[in-house]
Design a binder for this molecule. Structure first.
Ligand SMILES: [Zn+2]
Length: 329
C-alpha cells in the first residue's frame, strides 16, 4: 500500500488523498474535454447556418480499426468529419453515404453517417504514407487524386434515395464537400476539414466546420466571413489547443453573436451483425455456398467498415443454403 509509505501521519495521508483527488478530477476534465460532439448554430441573425465538430476519438477509432498509415488516416479522417457535418443536416434516423472515388492510391473512400451523429468509414487502401506536400502537410490530395467522382446518397426514408454527384475538384476533400454543396444542393458553403496525425501515427485531433449561406445574406457579410476564414488556423490545431466546437464558431464569427441550437454527441458506430452477413451470403446463391462448405468447410466474413469478423461453420452455411433451396438437397 502506497499510503503506508507515508507513515500513516494524517498530514501525509491528507496530502496524497488530495493529490489523488486532483489527479482524478484532472483526468475527468480531460475526458470531458476529449468528448466528441457537434454543434449546430445560427449566426448573422440566421443568414448563416454553422456547424462545428470535434471528432478526434471517432477518427482515432477509424485509424485503429483500419490500421491506416498517416496519409490514409488524414484522407479517411477528413471524409469522416465531412460526412458527420453533412449527416447532421438530416433528421435522426435518416442517413447518407459519401463515396469518393478518385484516381489516387487511396482508391474508394466510403463513409456512412446518420442524423444522430453515428458514422462509419472505409478506405480501399489504408497503407498510404506519402511525402509531405509543399506546405509541409499530409498530402491528402496525393492519396485521393485530383480526378474522379464525389457522390452523396441520402436515404431520407422516402421511396427513392436522393443522389447527387459532382466531379472531384481538389482532392483535399474540404473543397470537394464545398463544391458538392454549391453545385449539387445549390447551397453556397464553406467546409473546413482537418486531421492532425502524431509522429507515432496516432490521431492527435480531428474536426471541422461547415457554413451554409442562406438566401438574403449580404455581400458584405460574405466578404467578412471569407476574410475570417483566410485567417483561421486549422481546426485540428485549435482542437489540439483545447478549443471546443463552440470556440471554433466564436473564432470564425468574431464579434458576431452565435446562437447555439443544438449539441449532439458523435461516435464511430457500425451496425453490422452476423444476421446481416448471413443475408449477404444468401445472395451468393446455393452453388457458391456449397463450394464454401466443400472447399473451405466454413466462411469468414469481415466487415469493410469496422473490421469485425464473423465466422460461419458448415452447419450454419448449410442452414443458409437450405433457406434458398427450401431444404431440398
Ligand atoms: Zn461493421
Amino acid at each position: 500500500m502506497t499510503l503506508l509509505f507515508f507513515d500513516g501521519t494524517s498530514e501525509a495521508v491528507e496530502k496524497i488523498t488530495h493529490s489523488r483527488y486532483d489527479a482524478v478530477m484532472k483526468k475527468k476534465e480531460e475526458l470531458e474535454m476529449a468528448k466528441d460532439y457537434l454543434v449546430k448554430a445560427l449566426a448573422y441573425g440566421g443568414y448563416v447556418r454553422a456547424y462545428a465538430v470535434c471528432a478526434t476519438d471517432v477518427v482515432a477509432e477509424a485509424q485503429r480499426r483500419h490500421d491506416t498509415w498517416n496519409t490514409a488516416t488524414a484522407a479517411l479522417g477528413r471524409a469522416i468529419v465531412g460526412s458527420l457535418l453533412l449527416g447532421s443536416t438530416v433528421k435522426g434516423e435518416d442517413k447518407l453515404t459519401v463515396k469518393i472515388q478518385g484516381n489516387g492510391p487511396a482508391g474508394l473512400i466510403m463513409v456512412d453517417a446518420n442524423g444522430s451523429g453515428e458514422v462509419k468509414g472505409y478506405i480501399q487502401n489504408p497503407k498510404i504514407s506519402l511525402p509531405l506536400n509543399a506546405q509541409g502537410k499530409l498530402d491528402v490530395r496525393g492519396a485521393v487524386g485530383t480526378e474522379g467522382i464525389f457522390t452523396v446518397i441520402k436515404d431520407l426514408g422516402l421511396k427513392e434515395p436522393f443522389s447527387g454527384q459532382t466531379p472531384i475538384v481538389s482532392g483535399e476533400l474540404g473543397e470537394d464537400f464545398t463544391y458538392y454543396l454549391a453545385a449539387s444542393e445549390q447551397v453556397p458553403s464553406a467546409v473546413g476539414l482537418s486531421v492532425l496525425v502524431d509522429t507515432d501515427d496516432s490521431v492527435r485531433s480531428a474536426g471541422g466546420f461547415m457554413l451554409q449561406i442562406m438566401p438574403g445574406a449580404s455581400e458584405e457579410m460574405i466578404a467578412k466571413i471569407e476574410n475570417r476564414l483566410q485567417e483561421l488556423p486549422k481546426v485540428s490545431t485549435l482542437l489540439d489547443q483545447g478549443k471546443t466546437p463552440e470556440d471554433i464558431l466564436d473564432t470564425i464569427f468574431a464579434g458576431e453573436s452565435v446562437m447555439i441550437l443544438e449539441e449532439m454527441p458523435v461516435e464511430f458506430k457500425c451496425d453490422c451483425s452476423k444476421e446481416k452477413f448471413a443475408s449477404a451470403i444468401l445472395t451468393l446463391g446455393s452453388k457458391e455456398i456449397q463450394d464454401m462448405i466443400d472447399e473451405d468447410h466454413g466462411a469468414e466474413a469481415v466487415c469493410s467498415f469496422c473490421g469485425n469478423k464473423y465466422f460461419f461453420d458448415e452447419q450454419e452455411l448449410t442452414e443458409i443454403k437450405e433457406e434458398i433451396t427450401g431444404g431440398a438437397k
